[in-house]
Design a protein around this ligand. Structure first.
Ligand code: SER
Length: 874
C-alpha cells in the first residue's frame, strides 16, 4: 500500500515527466490581496497569470498546495469533523497549463494518472461535465464530453450544473467550466443495490469528488457579467487526503496515515479510544483537522488575534479546544502537545512546520490557556445568569453575551442549559446575532464597481525606484464605496508611486494636468496592478498627467525601511539566529518590527542593539540593489529569505554591508542618510513574538530635543542643573517625610478639634448637637465623627467643610438617638444637602453629602437644629 508521502511524490513525478515545472506550495496565509485572507485553491498564487496581469515563466506547472477553506466563498468549517471527508486545511495536488494544453490533454493525463499510475479501478470512477447555463449564456461543454468519451463509457459521464461544474474563485475573478472526477468507495454489495451515478454530488461520504479539472476561460466582473480571459488556461485540483483514502482502501480520510498518527496521540492524551463513540469521534476529527490548519497558519506568519485573518485562526483553534473540553474532558491545554507529531509527519515535505515548531507550540499553548480561562469565566457568568432566571428560560441577549464575550457557541450554551433543566430563547439569540453581523457588515463593507478601461496598456510599469515624478496617463479607473463614502481607484500607464507591500506603506502625492491637481491618498497593489486612491476623478480623464510622489514622506519612509534591515540583522547578532521577522510596518513617522524571541529585551540589550545599528549608520554603507534576479541567485548571495514570495517571482535583493534581504521596498542611498536610530518601545505581541518600535532621521532628532527640553525644564524646576536626578530623589524623600508629618499633625489637630467641639456642643430638645465647619479633609472628618460618637451618647453631629468652592457635609448620629428618636443620618443629610446645592445619602449612623455652595453650610446646621427640635421620643 502506498504511503501518503509516496502518493504525493508520484503525482509530482508524473507531471514532471509531462514537462511541468514543480513549484513549492505558496504560504497558506495571503498578504497583499484585499480579496482573500487564506490560500483557498491551488490557483491563487497564479491568479495574476490567469488574469493576464503577469507573464508565465513556465507554461506548465504542478505542485501540492496547502489550502484553507474557512472564510468567504469556499467555507467548509462547520462540516469539518462531523463528516469524514471535509477539512479546514487540506493539500491540493494540481497541474496548470497557462495558455498551453487544454481539455484533451488534461483529461487524458488525469485518467492515465488515476487508473494506470495509481491503479484505481475504472468501474469505481465517474466524471461530470458542465451542462451549460442560460443565465450566463454558456453552452454545454461538449469538448470535455468528447475527450472523456475516449476513456470512459458514456453512461459514466454525467451532466453537472453551474453550482458543481462552473468553478469560480470568488464573487469576482477568474472562472470557467469544470469537469470533476468522483470515486465510489462503497462495498460491492452496496454498489449493486444503489447505482453510484445516482450518488454523485449527493454528499455521500463514500462517493466523493477527488479531482476538479477547471478550464479557465472567463473573468467574472462585479456587475455579474463574464468576459473572456486573454488566454485559455487549465487549473486542476485534487484532494490529496481523499486520494489517500481511496488508495489506502479506507472509508474515511481520518483513517489514512495523514491523520492516524495525530489521532493516536489524542487517544494517548485523553485516555479515550477513537471509533467507540460518535460524539467523541467528531471531537477527535475536529482536533486532528484544526491542529493542522492552525499550526500551518502560525508557521506561515498568521498569529491568532482579534480581527481579520487572525480572528479566523483564533476561532478554528477555539473550536478544537471546545470539542476537547466538551467531549473528551480535556480541561487543560493539550493541542500544543500534538505539534510534535505533526512536524514529524509533515516536516519532511513542508519544512516550515519544523523550523517554526517552537513558535507554533508556544502560540497554541498560550491561546489554549487563555481560552480555557475564558471558558471558566463564561461558566461563572452562566451560573449568575441562571441564579437570576425566574421563568426557566435564558434570554437571547444573555446567550449572545456568552457567545460574544466568552466564545460560547449556541450549541454549548444549549447543552449546558439542557443538562440543568433550562431552555433558551433561540430566536432572540439569532436576532442578536443578525444585528451584530449587520453592524460589522456596515463597518467593513466595500463595494467596488467594475473597472472602466480608458487605454489598452499592456503592462503598467513601476518607475518609483528611480524617480518620484513621471508623465503618465490614466489607463483604467473604478469607483469604490465604503461606509457611504465614495472614492476612486486609478491605474496609470506607468507610475512612480510605491504600492503598499512588504510592510511599507503606500506612497501619497498627487497627479497634475493643466490647472487641475488630484490628491492621491494611498497606493496599493491588487491583482498585479498598482492602484492609486483618489478622492475624485479629474475633469478630463484623457489628459496626460504628471504624477508626483510626496518626497518628504517617501524619504522618511525609506530611512525607516533601511533601518529595519539593519535592525533585523543586528537582532540576530545580539539575540541569536532564532530571531525571525514576523511582521513589519514601515511608515514615514516610525517603524515597527515583530520578531520571534522568547523573553522581554533587557535595557542593556536594547542599548546594544541601538548602538550597533547606529554604528552601521555611521559606517555610511552604500546601497547595493539587485533588481530582477532569480530567487536562487539571491539566496546564494546569502539573502534572508522572507516569507511570502510566490513562485515565478524574480526578486530584488537589497544589500547594506553584510545585511542582504529580499525586498521590494524603497531605501536610502547610503545608511548615513538614516541619521539616527532610536528604539522607543519594546513589547510583547503574542507568545514568543516581541515588537520593537523605532524612529529615525528627523523624528529621532525631534524626539531627542523633546527629551532634552524636558530634562532642562526639570533641572530648572528643581534648581539643580548639574544633578537633577539626585535633586528629584531628594524631593521625593522630602515629600514622603512631609506627608507623614502632615498626617501626624492632622491627627493631632483633629483630636484637639474634637475636644473643642465636645466642649461647645449645644443642647437641643434633650440631644447634644454639634454643627460646625472645620478645616479637615473628608477622611479625617469621618474619623472625627466616629470618635465623637464613641465618646458621647445622645449625639447628633453635622460637620461641614469646603474646598475650592465645593462643600461637604458629614452627619453622624449615635445609636441611642436613632432608636429613641428615629433620627437617621441618611435621612438628615438628604434633607440638608439641597441647602449646599447638592445631594447625598448613607446609613442611619453615618452619612455624607457633597454640593456646590459652601455658603449654605450655616443654613444646613440651622435646619438640622430645627429637625432635632421637632423630633419626638418614639
Ligand atoms: N481551482 C479549482 C478548485 O479549487 C481546481 O483547482 O477546485
Amino acid at each position: 500500500m502506498l504511503t501518503s508521502a509516496e502518493i504525493r511524490q508520484k503525482f509530482l513525478d508524473f507531471f514532471s515527466d509531462k514537462g511541468h515545472q514543480i513549484v513549492a506550495s505558496a504560504p497558506i496565509v495571503i498578504k497583499n490581496d484585499p480579496t482573500l485572507m487564506f490560500t483557498n485553491a491551488g490557483m491563487n498564487q497564479f491568479k495574476d497569470i490567469i488574469l493576464g496581469n503577469a507573464p508565465a515563466r513556465d507554461k506548465r506547472v504542478a505542485d501540492t498546495q496547502k489550502c484553507l477553506r474557512v472564510s468567504g466563498k469556499h467555507n467548509d468549517l462547520e462540516e469539518v469533523g462531523h463528516d469524514t471527508y471535509h477539512h479546514t486545511m487540506f493539500e491540493m495536488l494540481g497541474n496548470w497549463s497557462f495558455g498551453d494544453y487544454f481539455k484533451k490533454e488534461t483529461i487524458a493525463w488525469a485518467w492515465e494518472l488515476l487508473t494506470e499510475v495509481y491503479g484505481l479501478p475504472k468501474d469505481r470512477l465517474y466524471v461530470t461535465i458542465f451542462e451549460g447555463d442560460q443565465s450566463d449564456d454558456l453552452p454545454r461543454d461538449t469538448e470535455a464530453y468528447d475527450s472523456w468519451k475516449e476513456w470512459i463509457s458514456e453512461d459514466r459521464i454525467l451532466n453537472g450544473n453551474k453550482k458543481d461544474n462552473f468553478w469560480e474563485m470568488g464573487d469576482v475573478g477568474p472562472c470557467g467550466p469544470s469537469s470533476e472526477i468522483h470515486i465510489d468507495l462503497r462495498s460491492d454489495e452496496e454498489r449493486n443495490s444503489v447505482p453510484g451515478d445516482s450518488l454523485v454530488n449527493q454528499d455521500h461520504p463514500l462517493v466523493v469528488e477527488i479531482w476538479n479539472l477547471v478550464f479557465m476561460e472567463f473573468n467574472r466582473k462585479a456587475d455579474g457579467t463574464l468576459v473572456h480571459l486573454p488566454a485559455r488556461h487549465v487549473d486542476t485540483g485534487m484532494g490529496f487526503e481523499r486520494l489517500c483514502m481511496a488508495l489506502q482502501d479506507k472509508k474515511s480520510n481520518y483513517d489514512t496515515d495523514v491523520f492516524q498518527p495525530i489521532i493516536r496521540e489524542i487517544e494517548k492524551i485523553s485516555g479515550l479510544a477513537y471509533g467507540k463513540n460518535e460524539e467523541q469521534d467528531v471531537a477527535f476529527r475536529v482536533i486532528a483537522d484544526h491542529l493542522r490548519a492552525v499550526s500551518f497558519a502560525v508557521a506561515d506568519g498568521q498569529l491568532p488575534s482579534n480581527n481579520g485573518a487572525g480572528y479566523v485562526i483564533r476561532r478554528i483553534l477555539r473550536r478544537a479546544i471546545r470539542y476537547g473540553y466538551q467531549f473528551l474532558n480535556l480541561k487543560e491545554p493539550f493541542i500544543y502537545r500534538l505539534v510534535e507529531v505533526l512536524q514529524r509527519e509533515m516536516g519532511e515535505f513542508f519544512p516550515e512546520i519544523r523550523t517554526q515548531k517552537e513558535l507554533v507550540v508556544k502560540v497554541i499553548q498560550e491561546e489554549e490557556a487563555g481560552f480555557l480561562r475564558t471558558v471558566e469565566q463564561g461558566l461563572n457568568r452562566l451560573n449568575q445568569i441562571l441564579e437570576s432566571t425566574k421563568d426557566g428560560q435564558v434570554s437571547g441577549k444573555q446567550a449572545f453575551e456568552l457567545f460574544d464575550t466568552f466564545g460560547f457557541p449556541l450549541d454549548l450554551t444549549q447543552l449546558i442549559l439542557r443538562e440543568r433543566g433550562y431552555s433558551l430563547d433561540e430566536k432572540g439569540f439569532q436576532k442578536e446575532m443578525a444585528a451584530q453581523k449587520e453592524r460589522s457588515r456596515q463597518a467593513t463593507s466595500l463595494e467596488t464597481g467594475d473597472w472602466v478601461t480608458l487605454l489598452d496598456d499592456d503592462q503598467e510599469e513601476f518607475v518609483g525606484y528611480d524617480r518620484l515624478e513621471s508623465s503618465i496617463r490614466i489607463a483604467a479607473y473604478r469607483q469604490v464605496q465604503q461606509k457611504k463614502k465614495s472614492f476612486y481607484q486609478l491605474v496609470f500607464t506607468m507610475t512612480p508611486f510605491y504600492p503598499e507591500g512588504g510592510g511599507q506603506v503606500g506612497d501619497k502625492g498627487f497627479i497634475e494636468a493643466e490647472d487641475e491637481r488630484i490628491r492621491i491618498f494611498d497606493t496599493k497593489r491588487e491583482n498585479g496592478q498598482i492602484v492609486h486612491y483618489a478622492e475624485k476623478l479629474p475633469e478630463n480623464l484623457h489628459f496626460p498627467f504628471t504624477a508626483v510622489v510626496d518626497r518628504g514622506e517617501r524619504i522618511s519612509t525609506a530611512r525607516n525601511h533601511s533601518a529595519t534591515h539593519l535592525l533585523h540583522e543586528t537582532l540576530r547578532e545580539v539575540l541569536g539566529t532564532h530571531v525571525e521577522q514576523k511582521g513589519s510596518l514601515v511608515a514615514p513617522d516610525h517603524l515597527r518590527f515583530d520578531f520571534s524571541h522568547f523573553q522581554k529585551l533587557t535595557q542593556e540589550e536594547i542599548r546594544e542593539i541601538e548602538g550597533r545599528v547606529n554604528e552601521r549608520i555611521r559606517q555610511n554603507l552604500t546601497l547595493e540593489e539587485f533588481r530582477n534576479i532569480p530567487q536562487k541567485e539571491a539566496l546564494d548571495m546569502g539573502a534572508m529569505a522572507l516569507f511570502g514570495e510566490k513562485y515565478g517571482d524574480t526578486v530584488r535583493a537589497i544589500k547594506f554591508g553584510s545585511s542582504i534581504e529580499l525586498c521590494g521596498g524603497t531605501h536610502v542611498q547610503a545608511t548615513g542618510d538614516i541619521g539616527l536610530f532610536l528604539i522607543v518601545h519594546e513589547s510583547a505581541v503574542a507568545a514568543g513574538i516581541r515588537r520593537i518600535e523605532a524612529i529615525t532621521g528627523k523624528a529621532a532628532e525631534s524626539y531627542i530635543h523633546e527629551k532634552m527640553d524636558q530634562l532642562r525644564e526639570i533641572a530648572e524646576e528643581v534648581k539643580n542643573p548639574k544633578n537633577p536626578i539626585g535633586q528629584v530623589r531628594q524631593l521625593k524623600d522630602d515629600n514622603s517625610r512631609l506627608q507623614k508629618e502632615v498626617a501626624r499633625l492632622t491627627q493631632e489637630k483633629a483630636s484637639h478639634l474634637g475636644d473643642q467641639l465636645i466642649a461647645g456642643a449645644e443642647s437641643i430638645n434633650g440631644i447634644r448637637f454639634i454643627g460646625k465647619t472645620v478645616d479637615l479633609d473628608m477622611g479625617a472628618i469621618k474619623d472625627l465623627c466616629f470618635r465623637l460618637k464613641s465618646e458621647l451618647k445622645g449625639l447628633v453631629v453635622v460637620i461641614g467643610n469646603s474646598h475650592q468652592g465645593k462643600a461637604n457635609i458629614s452627619v453622624a448620629i449615635s445609636d441611642d438617638v436613632i432608636q429613641a428618636r428615629g433620627l437617621k443620618a441618611g435621612d438628615l443629610v438628604k434633607k440638608v444637602a439641597p441647602l449646599i446645592k447638592g445631594g447625598g445619602g448613607g446609613q442611619p449612623g453615618f452619612a455624607a453629602a457633597g454640593g456646590s455652595d459652601p455658603n449654605g453650610l450655616e443654613a444646613a446646621y440651622q435646619e438640622s437644629r430645627k429637625l432635632i427640635s421637632q423630633s419626638n421620643a418614639s
